[in-house]
Ligand binder design. Sequence first.
Ligand SMILES: [Zn+2]
Length: 245
Amino acid sequence: MPRMKKTSVEERLKRAMREVIRSMDFAAEHPALAKRGNSREAKRIATIYQQLALAWDFLALQCKHWDGFVKKRDGFRCCPICGTIEDAPESWLLLRRNGRKTIGRLTRPTSREIFANKRAALLLDDTLNFHGAKFRVEVGHARRSSLFRAPAITVAAHRTVTCKESGVECSIDDHMIRLRIEPRRARTAPPGGAFPWELPRKALKRFPVLLEYDERGRFVGLCIFRPVATRRPPPAAAVKTQGSG
Ligand SMILES: [Zn+2]
């Protein structure tokens, strides 16, 4: 049962956390630290305390704050298990090598306000390099932009996810799914665009695009065939290794 497994992870972490905190208390109250001057023993105890603090950091990364956050005397809300402050910026992530990896939560623009500039409107801009594929998630509230034009225009709130793989870029937002198989070169005109029915049949025949539709004739997707030259097979040796491994 998955619930039982989760509880055991939770229990194990709670116990480890309690033990580390007890050891830290032990080190902090060591008589060598109370004596005047920096004895060798005091330095050693201080180092052990630092190492335990590292262990605490590592354990806290695994905590899912199962019991929620509790308000402390100084006004902060802390996790009673690991001591993490609610909404505090975290600089490290702990990911499992095997199994599903989760980073962050689904973020969407929530404010109805129009922000003054890009920086103020930005909610999230994060990138991930995953086994050679690149991902970027950008989320922002609506904002004013005076870039290139006056008067300023309003840029709509957005959540844009971009994936880059072997020269292909796919970006998805609420209004559009854009696929680019040729990167745009600097100082060149933006590519032209037309709906299929606007193009002559002769031009269409050169485009390796398959429009996909269901039994009711509804558009459900599209497929682009890549030029043969870019689909280079892996070297024979590599294939052999994969097959035997
Ligand atoms: Zn916690």
